[in-house]
Structure formats: C-alpha cells, structure tokens
Design a protein around this ligand. Structure first.
Ligand SMILES: *[C@@H]1O[C@H](CO)[C@@H](O)[C@H](O)[C@H]1NC(C)=O
Ligand SMILES: *[C@@H]1O[C@H](CO)[C@@H](O)[C@H](O)[C@H]1NC(C)=O
Ligand SMILES: *[C@@H]1O[C@H](CO)[C@@H](O)[C@H](O)[C@H]1NC(C)=O
Ligand SMILES: *[C@@H]1O[C@H](CO)[C@@H](O)[C@H](O)[C@H]1NC(C)=O
Ligand SMILES: *[C@@H]1O[C@H](CO)[C@@H](O)[C@H](O)[C@H]1NC(C)=O
Length: 845
C-alpha cells in the first residue's frame, strides 16, 4: 500500500523512503501528479508502473544530489506536464530537457494502433515504451514496433520486411479528403479556432503556411497537409491503402490479391464457425447477411458452447432458488449484436472505439487495444478477445472472438442500480458525487465490491459508509478507472491507474484467478455497459485516503509519533478530524539528540505533550500547492506558528521550487490524504521556538565576542525584533580568535566597522540548511545581507558554505528567524579600509 499511494508519485516510483528523498521537484507551481479526479480527460498513455530503484549506491549522508526527478525548468513556466525522467537513462547532473513541444502539428497523429493506454503489463518487453520521458510523451513512432515478422498478430498481414514506398505500387487505392475549417458547424467553431492558432504558431509572420505530416501504419500510408491561407485553414488528407481484398507483399511494392473472396456466409462455413452460422440461419437472417455489407464479430464454436453452458447453469441455480430464470437473448438479437454495418478492418480502429451493432438497441461494440507481453497487441470487442481478425469476404469482414459478446444495453449506472449483488454499492455510491461524473459517452471501469464485500467490514465502518460518511467517496474513487480495462487485458501482473491517479495492481494468478489490489478477488468480470465495464470484487479496498489518520500512522510506521499521540491521549481526537493538516515527524526524527532532550524535558506531562502534538497540527487542509515562501501558519497550539520556506536548490533556475521546509524541518513526503486530514512528513520534530536570535546569542557562552560587538549596534536591535524573518550567521569566540590581531582589535574598537561586518552576517531571509542545494554546476546562490551586499551560499558534500565560511551548526530556530554557527568571519566584499593597517579584512576574500 505504501508503495502505491503514499507521498508522491515520484517518491513512489523511486521507492525511496527514509531521510533521503530526492528533491521534491514537483513541489510548487506545477501540477501535482495526483490530480483531482480527471474524469473528463482520462489519461491515455501506458502507465509505466515498473519499480525503478535508486541505482546510485548508498547516498552519502547529507549529500543531496539533484534528484534525477529533476525537471526541465522550462516546463515549469509552461503548460507542459512535468516530466519525471528516468535516472538510469540520463546523466543525473544534467537537466533533461523536455523534448515535447506542443503545436508542432500531429506528431504521432491518428495512429489507429496506439496501444490502449490502459494496462501496463510488467513484462519489460516494450522496448519502445522505455522512453526516458515517460509515458506521456510520445509513443515513439509506432511503426517501429512492427518488427519484421512480428506483425499485428492478425493474419500476419502487416509489418513485413519493408516494402519501401509500397504505397506507390500496384493495387493501392487512394482516398482523398479535403476540409475547410471555416465551413464547419457552429458548434465546432471554437475548437477550430484553437486549431487554427496552432497551425499559425510555427511562423506567425507568414500568411500562407503549409504543414505536411505523413505517417505509415500497418495497413496505410497517410499524409495530412494543412494550408493556412490568410487564416483559412484547409486540411487535405491523402490515404493510401491496399485495395479491398489485397494485401501488402514483402517483396515488391504494392499489394497483391489475397485470393478469391467468397460471400460472407460461405466464408463462415470455410472457417468452421458452424454454431454462429446455424444461429444466423435459424433466426432467419441469411438474407440480411447475404444482401448487405457487414462486419461480423463471430464467437468461435467453443465460445458459444461455453456461453450456453453458463446460461444453463445460471438458470439451474436460479431455479433452485425459485428466482426468475435468466432469459437468454433471442437468437436473432444475439446474432445482430455481433454485427456492424460496413467493412471494418481492425487496423483502422482506435482504442475505445464504439461500433453500433445491428440489434434493436444498436448496443455498441466497444473496441479496446492493449499491449501484451509480446509485440502483439491484444484487441477486444466488448471485452471478448479477437483471436483472428480481418478475414475478408466478398461482402464483409469476419473477426473471430474467444467469447460471446454480451450486448451492452445498460449504462454502468443502470447496471449498478439493478445488479442483485451490488445493492450496498448502489447505496454507498448514491451518497457520493460520483454518479454525476459518469458521462454517457465516457468509458469507465468499476471494480465494484459486492454486498458480501461490504459485509466483511466492521459494523461501525459499514454503517458510516451506508450513511454517506466514512470518506465513502475517497474509498470508492479508488475503485474507479477512467478507461476500459477488460479482464482479458490482465495477463500476469498488470497495472492501471484510478481516477485519482493512483496506481492499481491487477493480477491473473497461475490458477487463472483475477486479483485486484492484492486483496480482492474478481468474482464476476466484464459486465459490459454502454459506457464502461464493471468487475465485481469480493473485498473493499480501503486506500489511505479512506483511513483514519491513526491507521495511516500505523500502516506507514510513524510509530514514534503515534506513541506520542497515544501518550498525550489524543488518538481519538486525531481520528475525528474532518478538516486538518498534520505534520508527522518520521521515526528517525525522534533520534535527533535535540528532539530527545526536548522530549525528556517534557517527560510525562500530558498537557505539554498535547501542546507539542497540537503544534504539528493545523486547521484546514493545506496541501503543498497552498504553501508559499515565508508563510506563517497558525497551529492548533494557540498563538504559535509554523514557518514555511520554499526553495529552489537549483541555482540556475530559481523559478523551480523544489524543496520546502517547515520550521527548517524538511518536508520529505506530502499531500497524503487520509480520511479527514492531509498528512505531510517532516524529518524533524517540530518544536516551537521561544527566543529571539539575540536571546539565543546571549545565552550561549561561545558567543561572548559576538555579544561584545553587537552591543548597542543597529544589528542588535534587528536581532531582537519579532517581526523579522532573518538568518544570522554567528561566529564563535574561537572563530574571532583566528583573526589577525590587528583586525580583531579594529573590530572591537571601531563600532562603525563592527556594524558593517555584523550586517554581513544578517541574511534578510530565512535560510535553513536543508534549503541549500549542492553546487552541481559550479553555480551558487546569492542571498542578500542586511548590509546591502550578497553572500554566496552553497553546499559541498554535507557542508553548507557561506562564502568561504562553513556552517558548523545548523538551524537554531528563533521566533524571528534562524541562527547558524559559522567558522569564519565574513567580511564585506570591498576591502573598505584595506590601506589602513595593511592586512585589514584580507581574510575571507
Ligand atoms: C480554445 O482556447 C481557449 C483559450 O486558449 C479555451 O478557453 C477554450 O476552451 C478553447 N476551446 C476549445 C473548444 O478547445
Ligand atoms: C457493399 O459494398 C460494395 C462495395 O463497396 C458496394 O458497391 C455495395 O453497394 C454495397 N452494398 C450495400 C447493400 O451497401
Ligand atoms: C505478480 O507479482 C507478484 C509479486 O511480485 C508475484 O508474487 C506473482 O507471482 C506475480 N504473478 C504473476 C502471475 O506473475
Ligand atoms: C476547512 O478549514 C478551513 C480553515 O479552517 C476552512 O477555510 C475551510 O472552509 C474548511 N473546509 C471545509 C470543507 O470545512
Ligand atoms: C518591527 O517592529 C519595530 C517595533 O517593534 C518597528 O520599529 C519596525 O519598523 C518593524 N520592522 C518591520 C520590518 O516591520
């Protein structure tokens, strides 16, 4: 569970957990990977769900490499989706530029065999999907997939050798289409205008632009040319295909005849599809099929036998229960629901295409295309697998199926409403806003828990769900996918993602059982609706977003924090939150000596413990996107605030915020939704500061020289003002002792000089050590000081450096900022009084 849903997609993918996360690049400014319910725009793209492990050997402690998840900064400002790059493929230190550019015309245009984008079979045999740019970007030219001989798997029609420019040869039929964008219907206007803009984009200075794009698929070669003449866009499409009844040859160009085409009924006889042939005859459809042009999806004889057996069994069972027997379809409707008008070749179909069948209700035949472990793609018609396709007849085409296609007459909502095993599901889903997201023209997959599944829950939770509580919506959304996942597509282990963007596991076990999310068995698969498919499962899966925070802490092993909550007697209070944010320190955070000291001091004082816990909690759900730099957020520990800082650790591209700290504790996991709260993971215990920076200096005996210098200066005042958000870099007595005697004396005696030097030590922003990134490319960040100068801040290995000084003690938190100890006195850049006394201020230059 942790693997899939906790923290962020990236962290998940990288499988890292602990103190050492890569930079959280998707942090700010960018679309978070877990998108809110993208019903309308189902992802089309294979989920690359493979676990990628961090291959760099044990990361040096405190070294923070620029994560390979580092993203092209250009993308940050643009609309482009974030790219998560595959570190194994790219040099870690090099920013990977996002190769995707919109508006370059159709790049992988109308490709009828785009793999469905539904299932990722974890077989590692999709060479072309290992694109380092991830699934969103391009299925690299798909024809490349058709390795010689591999073909599409349907009659070995395609992908043979390479008939270079085969479309110039014999028996190739050419179709031409022309359209002008202006003379389209009103309702299309808006969209067309947007298209027009796109076309114009490449060269706005030209009034006449011609963009051509040609591509080849297994069975056709197509060129689309757009000509923009003073804003009027014309689209010309030329399509070369083998003429009907001909196929591409490996040798010469062009196409050769496939042999004599026979009438469709005879073709069925030749194919030994006797059962279906008999049904056509017995339902009086011989003439219909003979006289028209039809594409037939024909179940094999075995498939029809199985179907009959199943119907008989169901009737027996139901009769035994004295229920209404399941009435099989009339044989006429049965036949017609497998027919569609005209000549439909598989190569021309796209994933999620719907073909109207010839039965009374025109129940659609939904086509899905899935990748498999081999190069072949699997094609299904209403979830029945096409075993052999594109068998041409004189007046139609035959595709052979391994299952009977149940006509899809009801919408998924109607199925839910009427299915005898989904009465609880119907009630629970009815309490949420989910039904209104189901669009008639959409395509959804619902893993619907049966009544039995709900009965397995403990009674309290069951009642809560039945009554619309218990985060029902979060839980059910976990079971809904915004594209069609047929059970045939599940081969071995497969993944898809639900409407929340969370990866889901599916498995076909060696015993041919189907398992959803490792826990639930699919007890009835492929209940086809007009807008999707339903699989019934025997166990409700409760994702983190449906769990109370107490359970989430437990399941993610935030044991120490949980203990603390228990000790403070706040467990049920936390579980009852319905709108809160909790910053949870990792177990490791409790090993920090400061944390231990603090906890020892509190001991068993329940009130103090409560305060501490409350300091980690905020009213309202604050997600990473809601945070801003230097934001102070009020905690439940009244009057006390947490300070948020956002940083870019990529000095070149300061617009990419990739790291956040809360009171200088690094946010290492965030936006985990639980039932009623949002959880962020921090790497330190959050302890409220009580003193100003000046107080901290005054109480530390290592700073006596500093105290002396500060006395009665302007800087001293600044350090005690509570309305500040500053960083002070404090040199210890030891550090001052390393100065040349003459310089030291000068500082102590000349208040003005002292002031000037001290101002160099005050940074006008809060800079936590964990907000400082490494110098990967030799560029540093510059931070302004109170003295209107800048210091250079960076990190080498585990050391944070400011100019040439090394920070020896980090992040001493104060009410007005943070104090770091440094091992060198910083001098103003200009050697102001260099002439006096010779060596003055020559240190640190
Ligand atoms: C066209 O683009 C505008 C803004 O660029 C957008 O608001 C609108 O929804 C788009 N229309 C269509 C039909 O895509
Ligand atoms: C069937 O297709 C052929 C060739 O495309 C066409 O000539 C004929 O008119 C069609 N017949 C019907 C009944 O549509
Ligand atoms: C699926 O993955 C799990 C865990 O890796 C493994 O135990 C199981 O055997 C796999 N199932 C199949 C059918 O490959
Ligand atoms: C959650 O709390 C925040 C802050 O208290 C408030 O603004 C917001 O409206 C609340 N949201 C809900 C759904 O109650
Ligand atoms: C901070 O408060 C002091 C008074 O306590 C005031 O003089 C000063 O102007 C304030 N500074 C800022 C930056 O608001």
């Amino acid at each position: 569970m942790f693997r899939q849903t906790f923290l962020l997609g990236i962290l998940v993918v990288w499988g890292v957990h602990g103190d050492f996360f890569n930079d959280l690049t998707l942090f700010h400014n960018l679309e978070p990977p877990l998108q809110p319910f993208p019903w309308e725009r189902p992802a089309v793209g294979i989920v690359v769900g493979k676990q990628r492990s961090v291959e760099s050997s044990p990361l040096e402690k405190d070294r923070e490499p620029l994560g390979p998840d580092y993203r092209d900064p250009v993308a940050a400002g643009s609309e482009d989706k974030p790219v998560v790059t595959d570190g194994s493929k790219t040099n870690k230190d090099t920013p990977v530029l996002n190769p995707k550019k919109e508006n370059q015309g159709p790049k992988h245009p109308i490709n009828p065999i785009l793999p469905g984008g539904v299932i990722d079979v974890q077989a590692g045999s999709f060479p072309s999907f290992s694109s380092p740019f991830g699934p969103e970007f391009d299925f690299p030219a798909l024809p490349g997939l058709e390795k010689p001989g591999s073909g599409f798997g349907f009659g070995g029609l395609f992908g043979i050798g390479d008939g270079q420019r085969w479309w110039k040869g014999k028996n190739v039929c050419i179709e031409r289409e022309e359209s002008t964008d202006d003379d389209d219907d009103q309702e299309d206007d808006l969209e067309k205008k947007n298209k027009t803009e796109k076309v114009e984009e490449p060269n706005i200075f030209s009034t006449s632009i011609r963009l051509s794009n040609c591509f080849e698929t297994e069975n056709k070669y197509e060129c689309i040319t757009k000509i923009n003449n003073h804003g009027v866009v014309k689209t010309f499409t030329v399509r070369y295909k083998c003429c009907y009844g001909y196929k591409r040859t490996p040798q010469s160009g062009g196409c050769v005849k496939q042999g004599e085409l026979k009438p469709i009924l005879q073709t069925l006889d030749d194919l030994k599809l006797g059962e279906f042939r008999t049904l056509i005859k017995s339902s009086g459809l011989d003439d219909t099929v003979k006289d028209g042009n039809y594409t037939l999806f024909v179940p094999s004889d075995d498939a029809i036998h199985d179907y009959n057996d199943k119907i008989n069994d169901m009737n027996k069972v139901d009769l035994a229960r004295r229920r209404r027997a399941v009435s099989p379809l009339s044989s006429k409707d049965f036949v017609l629901s497998h027919l569609t008008d005209g000549f439909v070749e598989l190569g021309d179909l796209q994933n999620e295409a719907k073909l109207p069948s010839e039965d009374d209700k025109k129940s659609p035949i939904r086509i899905n295309i899935y990748p498999t472990h081999t190069y072949e793609k699997m094609l299904t018609a209403n979830c029945a697998r096409v075993k052999k396709g594109n068998i041409l007849a004189d007046n139609g085409i035959v595709h052979i199926l391994d299952k009977v296609v149940t006509p899809a007459t009801d919408s998924i909502q109607q199925i839910i409403d009427n299915h005898p095993k989904l009465t609880t599901f119907k009630r629970v889903v009815g309490n949420t806003d989910i039904p209104k997201h189901f669009k008639p023209e959409g395509h959804y997959t619902i893993f619907a828990p049966t009544d039995e599944a709900f009965n397995k829950l403990d009674e309290i939770q069951r009642q809560k769900l039945l009554n619309g509580g218990g985060c029902a919506s979060n839980i059910l959304k976990h079971h809904i996918v915004a594209h069609t996942v047929c059970s045939s597509a599940i081969i071995g282990n497969a993944t898809t993602h639900n409407v929340e963007g969370i990866n889901l596991n599916m498995e076909r076990t060696l015993d041919d059982e189907l398992i959803f999310e490792e826990k639930a068995k699919i007890v009835e698969s492929d209940v086809i609706g007009t807008n999707g498919v339903i699989h019934l499962i025997d166990t409700l899966i409760i994702p983190d977003s449906g769990q109370y925070i107490g359970n989430v802490l437990k399941s993610h092993h935030f044991d120490k924090f949980q203990e603390l909550v228990e000790k403070a007697g706040m467990t049920s209070e936390l579980n009852n939150f319905d709108n809160a944010t909790v910053f949870v320190p990792t177990d490791k955070a409790f090993e920090n000596p400061h944390a231990q000291k603090y906890l020892e001091k509190i001991g068993d004082d329940k009130e103090k413990l409560k305060e501490l816990i409350k300091y980690h909690i905020i009213d309202g759900e604050i997600e990473s996107n809601d945070m801003s730099n230097n934001m102070k957020i009020a905690t439940k520990d009244e009057g006390k605030e947490l300070r948020v800082n956002l940083y870019s650790t990529l000095p070149l591209f300061t617009n990419v915020i990739n790291r956040a700290t809360i009171n200088c504790a690094r946010l290492i996991g965030f936006d985990e939704k639980t039932c009623g709260s949002v959880v962020h993971e921090v790497n330190r215990l959050l302890v409220p500061p009580t003193k100003t920076i000046l107080d901290l200096i005054n109480e530390d005996e290592r700073y006596s020289t500093l105290k002396q210098l500060l006395k009665d200066t302007e800087v001293e005042k600044v350090l005690q003002e509570n309305n500040r958000s500053i960083t002070f870099l404090a040199p210890t007595d030891e550090t001052f002792a390393t100065l040349e005697e003459v310089d030291r004396k000068m500082l102590l005696e000349n208040k003005e000089k002292a002031e000037e030097v001290l101002k160099m030590h005050v940074l006008t922003e809060v800079l936590c050590c964990s907000g400082v990134g490494p110098h990967t490319w030799g560029f540093n960040s510059f931070v302004p000081t109170l003295g209107s100068q800048r210091v250079e801040v960076g990190r080498t290995g585990s050391q944070v450096r400011v100019n040439r000084a090394v920070v020896t003690s980090c992040d001493n938190l104060a009410t007005n900022g943070v104090l770091h100890t440094i091992n060198k006195v910083l001098a103003p850049k200009k050697p102001a009084v260099a002439t006096i006394g010779g060596g003055f201020f020559l240190f640190d230059l």
